[in-house]
Design a protein around this ligand. Structure first.
Ligand code: F6P
Length: 532
């Protein structure tokens, strides 16, 4: 039923629009004190997060060798510095020991009854501690992780005393990693320890035996953390967590992060969508579909997912024979058409699966999950333009973005900093997953994820080369991240119509600011047209 005119409140009454009447002039609002976002480094929201943390934090690692301490400390520091802009550094007593006394010490060096060995190890510990204190005394919120066994109550009390009397005034927490899963330990020893400088020159079996003797020495005096030793977190076999008396913004961020973390090996596969209609035109953003070449890439990606990502090599312990078994994998896309279309040929077979917590269920292979935080950096008013259009229509914006690509925010759009912020929860989820994950995303987004795992500075991220038609395989490990690239479609296969390569990444500034023109150079490494 229609409401009678008289009953419509005056404020919502429909205005009589007379198209021919001249519009009133635009009223300029007097705003002598505008709210301006700071420009340059730390311009946008990340700064807000950095300043949310008001206390410095020291994390004292505790745990026997090969329990994943270094891996955990590294991931925490990486996460806080990359996503939260908090300077974070690891002080590894082993590095100091190697520097002071050499890398190849026999297991007897770690025997607690060996006085010379013990005093040398205390020297290494103190050298690391001195540097940590000097680092923490610098101004501003920062994080230090002291990476050592710290396996006795006496040693931990000594550390606490030294830190408290240094006058730093930081929050201090212990982080203990316990592992009694023999299989995990063995894997960790072979995968990680044998590649450290301590064992690089030894035969693997001799190295494992020596490492186990070293571990036994530590074990003979090891005391796990007790409740009265202050704020701490215990991680038991990467599954159980005990959080004792932890307070504060940063310490709780750390708790949340490590509860998502594990130290098992797994691999991420990053790829951009296949060539889109907008890529072909050199237009940025939009929600276009794939070109025929993009569709062909989608077909090849499906084969790669089935034959490479979806299988794992296993060796029969009795016969030594190698065979391939299907392994469960995940698939994430953005919510945009071009990424979904790129996954259209991937097979989703079902099979029975047992999770490592004992649950069983049906696994849908590469079950697609569309995630909004994987959507491409939004170019606001420039969405759908080519870089040349932007340069002509918004020359000032174009120049500002060239000056500082990390913090530049498109009008009504996003900056790389904004994107970094929305990718923080996704990165945590990546840390959490145990199965291989195939991420079909976009250039800007993948640059950030790549930079995070590869240990690059945030400033470098917007310039990372993420070409179309390639899959980037990343395998994070305790000492970094292993990278391999697979080219599924060559440049020649794309440009068979003789047209110029479209520009699909912001051209870098090649000439002095005094000259006004920007060179669109086809060989520019960040112009990620199809290439191999
Ligand atoms: O050109 C493809 C694209 O994914 C655009 O949609 C996006 O705006 C751009 O890349 C991001 O690259 P850059 O930061 O170099 O402009």
């Amino acid at each position: 039923m229609q409401m009678p005119m008289s009953a419509v409140p005056a404020s919502s009454a429909v205005q009589d629009v007379r198209p021919n009447e001249e519009l009133p002039p635009v009223v300029r609002i007097d705003n002598p004190m505008p709210h301006r976002l700071p420009e340059g480094e730390n311009a946008t929201p990340l700064e807000v997060i950095g300043t949310t943390a008001s206390d410095k934090l020291i994390i004292l690692m505790v745990g026997l060798p090969a329990t994943g301490k270094t891996h955990i400390a590294k991931r925490i520091c990486r996460f806080l510095s990359f996503f939260h802009d908090i300077p974070s550094q690891i002080f590894n007593a082993g590095d100091y020991r190697r520097q002071l006394f050499g890398a190849t010490m026999p297991a007897s060096f770690y025997d607690p009854t060996n006085e010379e060995g013990s005093s040398s190890r205390i020297k290494a510990c103190n050298a690391a501690l001195d540097d940590l204190i000097a680092y923490m005394k610098q101004e501003g919120v920062r994080v230090a992780a002291f990476d050592a066994t710290n396996g006795t109550k006496e040693r931990r009390e000594y550390l606490m005393q030294s830190l408290k009397s240094s006058g730093i005034g930081a929050k201090i927490i212990f982080l203990e990693s316990l592992c009694d899963n023999e299989q995990l330990l063995e894997e960790n020893i072979r995968r990680v320890k044998l590649n450290t400088p301590d064992y690089r020159d030894l035969e693997p079996e001799a190295a494992v035996a020596d490492f186990k003797r070293r571990r036994d020495h530590y074990m003979s005096v090891y005391e796990t953390l007790e409740e009265n030793e202050g704020p701490h977190i215990k991680i038991i076999n990467s599954k159980r967590f005990i959080v004792n008396n932890i307070r504060g913004y940063l310490p709780l961020k750390v708790v949340h992060f490590i509860m998502n973390l594990h130290t098992q090996t797994r691999t991420f596969y990053l790829t951009r969508h296949g060539q889109s209609e907008y890529n072909l035109l050199g237009k940025i953003g939009g929600d276009s579909g794939l070109t025929p070449a993009g569709k062909e890439y989608a077909r090849r990606l499906a084969d790669f997912a089935r034959d490479h990502i979806g299988v794992r090599k296993v060796v029969d312990p009795n016969t030594g024979e190698e065979s391939e078994v299907q392994q469960p994998c995940r698939l994430w896309t953005s919510t945009l058409r071009r990424t979904k279309e790129t996954t259209q040929f991937i097979d989703h077979s079902k099979f029975k699966y047992k999770w490592d917590n004992g649950d069983t269920g049906e696994w849908v292979q590469f079950r697609p999950m569309a995630r909004r935080n994987l959507d491409e950096l939004y170019a606001g008013v420039c969405d759908g333009m080519t870089y040349k259009d932007i340069e002509q229509v918004y020359p000032e914006e174009f120049n500002r973005r060239q000056e500082d690509k990390l913090t530049y925010r498109y009008p009504r759009g996003e900056s790389y900093m904004d994107v970094t912020l929305r990718l923080e929860p996704l990165a945590q989820e990546m840390e959490r997953t145990r199965e291989p994950v195939l991420i079909v995303g976009h250039q800007g987004i993948l640059r950030i994820l790549y930079a995070y795992f590869m240990g690059l500075d945030r400033k470098e991220a917007p310039y990372v080369s993420i070409p179309l038609n390639n899959v980037i395989e990343l395998t994070p490990h305790a000492y970094g991240c292993h990278e391999k690239r697979y080219c599924l479609m060559r440049r020649e296969e794309m440009l068979n119509d003789g047209q110029d390569e479209p520009v699909t990444s912001m051209p870098t500034k090649k000439i002095s600011a005094a000259e006004q023109n920007v060179v669109y150079h086809p060989q520019d490494p960040v112009m990620n047209a199809p290439s191999c």
